[in-house]
Design a protein around this ligand. Structure first.
Ligand code: DGP
Length: 113
């Protein structure tokens, strides 16, 4: 998937500010942060979004979900955080590679959208 932006970031072809990496995911700071902490947690294996994530091994799905609170802790988000995964056109997904926005460092609005 060398035409995929996030695959190219993971491969180091496009620079990113990495905050975490393990066997299942890579995490880096969003280029357009919406909160004091805005990290993108992306799957190592290319799948387009959550709808396609059933194609991932269970260990990868579990690994990504375990990594998110670990990254939140490392980022000092003890007071809470929000996780968003835009999936498809109605959600304005702009990069077609599974990713989770990890947002924190300020109180979030109490509505989702
Ligand atoms: P989404 O709209 O949910 O598909 O989010 C894609 C996010 O990716 C968006 O918040 C901006 C971020 N993004 C796009 N291009 C780059 C890039 O080249 N570097 C980084 N760090 N983030 C990017």
């Amino acid at each position: 998937m060398n035409d995929c932006l996030f695959c190219r970031i993971m491969a180091g072809e496009i620079p990113s500010t990495k905050v975490y990496e393990d066997d299942f995911c890579y995490a880096f700071r969003d280029i357009n942060p919406q909160a004091p902490v805005h990290v993108l947690v992306i799957s190592k294996q290319h799948v387009g979004n959550l709808t396609e994530a059933a194609a991932l091994p269970d260990a990868a799905l579990a690994g990504i979900l375990r990594a998110i609170p670990e990254i939140a802790a490392r980022e000092g988000l003890g007071n809470g955080y929000r996780v968003v995964s835009n999936c498809g056109p109605d959600a304005c997904q702009s990069v077609q590679h599974l990713h989770f926005h990890l947002l924190g460092g300020r109180p979030m609005a109490d509505q989702m959208a």
